[in-house]
Design a protein around this ligand. Structure first.
Ligand SMILES: C[S@@+](CC[C@H](N)C(=O)[O-])C[C@H]1O[C@@H](n2cnc3c(N)ncnc32)[C@H](O)[C@@H]1O
Length: 291
């Protein structure tokens, strides 16, 4: 056993005591970050290279600061995104919905499909689409200037000859419908191929873990008494943006599947409305097509 592996074992116990959900994984990822090695290489760090700042970072995690804020990035599909204060940390469940959008865009009989990501946060969904769908053009909309700063940074990091010019970041407010979008984006009304969104969907007053309540921005979380205010706005705006037959995918809380299905299928008359599950096999996103 090396010194670092001993320290990781102690840190794991400390994080478990603090109520951290995956204490061993978090202790190892922090150790890897501090010592500039991959997680699988921790055993190669010599005792002489042990860096005591490891314990400062473990203390932050024990205070329930998100792991991703401590190590400065979050993994999302094939991306390593910069994250920190002011932006929502992208979650694995959103990768599944993004995969659905990517598959549909790839199989569309459209030369240069156009997608819109409403509430882009770090840019996770929009950037994944640009990276994984040849020729797709993605408009990423975000109201919060701090979050937009992070999205801009991530988009810049991934600009290369393949994605260049295919992700466009816009300041915009999806709650206000087309007038809330910049005029060049609003002008696409009726022509967009796919709208995707992971809107805020937590009912105001719900209990959330400290990592969420104290670190994710409030605008990314709360959405009215039933958590569905933003969902209804996204449904209305998607209906205006999409071409006939265009597709929508929206993420929701695991208990909201029936309510979101109802909004799309019964209240607004979308066709092919479906509930879809996440990796934990819970209802997580609704997909539908504009008639
Ligand atoms: C749950 S986060 C999702 C972020 C990112 N799409 C992801 O999946 O990681 C919701 C995002 O929507 C943004 N947002 C909330 N209300 C908005 C509005 N009215 N117009 C535009 N963006 C909004 C928030 O600032 C936040 O970045």
């Amino acid at each position: 056993m090396t010194l670092l592996l001993d320290e990781i074992a102690l840190a794991t116990a400390r994080l478990a005591e603090a109520g951290v959900e995956s204490p061993r994984a978090d202790a190892e990822l922090i150790a890897a970050h501090v010592h500039h090695v991959k997680r699988g290489e921790l055993h190669t760090v010599p005792d002489s290279a042990f860096d005591a700042t490891f314990w400062a970072d473990i203390a932050r995690r024990a205070n329930r600061e998100p792991l991703q804020h401590i190590i400065g990035h979050a993994y999302f599909r094939y991306l390593e995104l910069s994250v920190g204060p002011g932006v929502f940390v992208p979650r694995p469940e959103t990768e599944v919905m993004t995969g659905w959008a990517i598959d549909r865009l790839r199989s569309m009989d459209v030369a240069e499909p156009v997608a819109v990501d409403l509430g882009t946060g770090s840019g996770a969904i929009a950037l994944s689409i640009a990276q994984e769908v040849p020729r797709a053009r993605v408009h990423a909309v975000e109201a919060d200037p701090l979050a937009r700063g992070w999205a801009e940074r991530n988009i810049t990091q991934y600009v290369d000859s393949y994605t260049a010019g295919r992700v466009l970041l816009h300041a915009g407010d999806f709650m206000r419908g087309l007038p809330g979008l910049p005029s060049d984006l609003a002008a696409l009304a009726g022509t967009v191929d796919l709208v995707v969104s992971n809107p805020p969907y937590i009912p105001v007053g719900s209990e959330v873990p400290p990592e969420v309540g104290e670190y994710d921005p409030p605008a990314a979380l709360w959405s009215g008494a039933d958590g569905l205010d933003a969902m209804r706005a996204v449904e209305r705006l998607a209906r205006q943006l999409l071409r006939p037959g265009g597709l929508v995918a929206v993420e929701h809380g695991w208990q909201q599947g029936a309510a979101v299905y109802w909004i799309f299928s019964e209240e607004a008359g979308w066709r092919d409305t479906r509930n879809n599950r996440d990796l934990a096999n819970r209802d997580r996103f609704v997909t539908a097509a504009l008639p």
